[in-house]
Design a protein around this ligand. Structure first.
Ligand code: SF4
Ligand code: SF4
Length: 164
């Protein structure tokens, strides 16, 4: 049986390019505002990158024993999935963010099927605004039971922070 090779990020740099909200030093990183150390091909200050979030970032494609197929690499699937980002009534909630304006249909279908088959819940986002000028806030969409959707809607109105 062929040994499965560990996955490598390159040429993906999606998490450094602003598609995930984070703070690097004093810089706010969010869509249209990449990390100031991102060259678009990698990190210009890799030796000094902060351990949190850079080393601890929970990209579901790169983690050991990832359930994601190869084609779901964020640079290809145009979405980043983070497993177990939240919890709702004892069920794990995964969060997916687009690499671009919105998650493409094929990728979204895979994410929804994965949630259904594994009794998981999904929250995904869409950018507000146009390329190069996306807003800091995103539209949040819940995929799961009606009660889950209502709760997410209420939480969002109350200022839910997806990144905690
Ligand atoms: S999004 Fe995932 S695969 Fe892409 S650079 Fe970040 S950790 Fe690596
Ligand atoms: S410091 Fe480097 S590894 Fe961390 S987000 Fe910025 S470019 Fe990516």
């Amino acid at each position: 049986m062929a040994k499965k090779l560990a996955r490598l990020c390159q040429p993906c740099t999606a998490c450094c390019d602003g598609w995930v909200k984070m703070k690097i030093g004093s810089a706010d990183v969010y869509p249209s505002h990449p990390c100031p150390h991102s060259t678009g091909k990698g990190c210009a200050d890799y030796a000094n990158r902060p351990s949190d979030p850079c080393d601890h970032f929970n990209c579901a494609w790169i983690i050991k024993d990832s359930p994601l197929p190869d084609w779901m690499k964020p640079s290809n699937a145009k979405a980043i999935l983070m497993l177990n980002k939240r919890e709702w009534q004892g069920f794990p909630v995964d969060v997916a963010v687009p690499v671009g304006k919105r998650i493409p249909p094929r990728t979204l279908k895979w994410l929804q099927t994965f949630a259904e088959k594994n009794s998981r819940l999904l929250i995904y986002t869409e950018q507000i605004g146009e390329k190069g000028q996306f807003e800091k806030q995103q539209t949040v969409i819940a995929y799961g039971t009606e009660q889950f959707q209502l709760d997410v809607q209420r939480s969002q109105q109350a200022g839910m922070n997806l990144w905690q």
